[in-house]
Design a protein around this ligand. Structure first.
Ligand code: CP
Length: 306
């Protein structure tokens, strides 16, 4: 079994068979992560470069760890210590790195479309680790893995993505991936943060968080992205917390089991209270652990594709 594409640029157009293959392969690697020696020789001899032009904790470390667990050679590129500071272009930077015989490139960039552009100037397998407000496919895959781990299915589940949808690549990848897998996806937030074009994708829109909690099996709570000027779309953070923040008081109004995801980093006390972020319904650190297994699966399936 192999993936249809030699790249993972997004979940838009990624088939159900490919998503299932990645999630099933990740389950095998999740078991490897529980062994005393958490390493397999699968990508021995392959070289992967992590090109991060934007800040990251989880995704960058998770990809690097996944590459090491698969025995690949790993190189980390960060803009602050690179020759881009001396004026070298993005294209020249990539061409020079590839001239050192790199097999795979993992890229995060503040501009949407950079992973797609890389496929035109490079022969390596390209993996999107988050491009602007466009897509973050491995985050959505690990979110789906974590939901399935808890509820044993995706088909028919009601999943609501809450918060700053307009600025969120996580939201878009979740909407594409979960819809493909047969889940019923909705979004909830202030109308200034929800693009109404989502209705065309069959996504239900809530402006009332209590109703969203009442009607859904899973909430995927997003960060208010202040660095993308999300603050301009709401009167104040306090108001956002009062109307949309996920708190214990709010969850306790409804006597139901609900799974709470958050991709991180968390703004504690804004989109989610500390009590919920550390409480019994959340799977936030499971998502981080599962992320390594999911990224191992993606690297393995692309790196061994003929
Ligand atoms: N979830 C996520 O992408 O986190 P980082 O920005 O820390 O990688």
């Amino acid at each position: 079994m192999s993936l249809e594409s030699k790249h993972l640029l997004g979940l838009y157009g990624t088939s159900r068979e490919d998503i299932e293959l990645i999630l099933d392969t990740a389950r095998t690697f999740r078991e490897v992560l529980e062994r005393p020696i958490k390493k397999v020789p699968t990508l021995q001899g392959k070289t992967v470069v992590n090109l991060f032009f934007e800040a990251s904790t989880r995704t960058r470390i998770s990809f690097e760890l996944a590459q090491k667990r698969l025995s690949a050679d790993t190189i980390n590129f960060t803009t602050s210590t690179s020759s881009t500071k001396k004026g070298e272009t993005f294209k020249d930077t990539v061409r020079n790195i590839e001239a050192m015989k790199v097999d795979m490139i993992v890229v995060r960039h503040e501009s949407a479309g950079v992973p797609q552009f890389l496929t035109r100037i490079s022969n390596a397998n390209i993996i999107n680790a988050g491009d602007g407000t466009h897509e973050h496919p491995t985050q959505a895959l690990l979110d789906m893995y974590s939901i399935k781990e808890k509820l044993n299915k995706l088909e028919g589940l009601k999943v609501c993505v809450v918060g700053d949808i307009a600025h969120s690549r996580v939201a878009l990848s979740n909407i594409y991936g979960l819809t493909t897998m047969g889940a019923k996806v909705s979004v909830c937030g202030p109308s200034t943060m929800i693009p109404h074009s989502l209705i065309k994708l069959g996504v239900k829109i809530y402006n009332d968080i209590d109703k969203a909690i009442q009607e859904n099996d899973v909430l995927n709570v997003l960060r208010i992205q202040l660095e993308r000027k999300a603050g301009d779309r709401i009167p104040s953070l306090r108001e956002y917390r009062n109307y949309f923040g996920i708190t214990t008081e709010r969850l306790n109004k409804f006597n139901k089991e609900i799974i709470i995801l958050h991709p991180g980093p968390i703004n504690r006390g804004i989109e989610i209270s500390s009590e919920v972020a550390d409480g019994p319904y959340q799977v936030i650190l499971d998502q981080v652990t599962n992320g390594v297994a999911v990224r191992m699966a993606v690297l393995y399936l692309l790196g061994t594709k003929n």
